[in-house]
Design a binder for this molecule. Sequence first.
Ligand SMILES: Nc1nc2c(c(=O)[nH]1)N[C@H]1C(S)=C(S)[C@@H](COP(=O)(O)O)O[C@H]1N2
Ligand SMILES: [Mo]
Length: 169
Amino acid sequence: MTGFARFFIPVLMAFSASVATAQQIEQPQDTVLLTISGEVSVTNADDTALFDLAMLEALDQHVTDVETPWHDGPQQFTGPRIIDLLNAVGAAGSELRFVAINDYAANMPWGDIEAFDVILATRQNGETMSVRDKGPLFVIYPFNQNPELRNEVYYGRSVWQVKEIQVLP
Ligand SMILES: Nc1nc2c(c(=O)[nH]1)N[C@H]1C(S)=C(S)[C@@H](COP(=O)(O)O)O[C@H]1N2
Ligand SMILES: [Mo]
């Protein structure tokens, strides 16, 4: 074998192994803020995917300036797009159920996260949100970019204090 082949073949084998095995997510190192359950294929605890703040912030971040019925004046929210978050755990479903700390829950059709930049906000004006301020995680629709969303249907899906996303078939 040439020196080149001795180098190249193991690299090629490592590469195909990484393609063959599914994507992975790490273990949370800090307080778990979010559990994703249901139709997910990439997990880190039994059949669920657990996320701490650092893991959510390691995903591509989307920033949106938005006026909501729950805040005075425009606010800047930051967090991953929910579609990116769900792609990271290999989710495949037709509906999502967002469950809050106060056990409020609302269903969202999968189509919403494809049609709009809906984010799971981790920060408001650059700061993490306390439970008192409807944190730590808040579903934010782009109400300013898509004013047609300003109605009770989408307000009801704007779940704050989110603790779990169930991916329904
Ligand atoms: N965590 C949580 N999120 C929630 C709710 C709730 O009770 N708890 N109510 C939802 C519904 S049905 C609507 S219409 C709006 C209500 O906002 P409001 O209570 O400020 O009118 O928030 C949504 N998000
Ligand atoms: Mo509502």
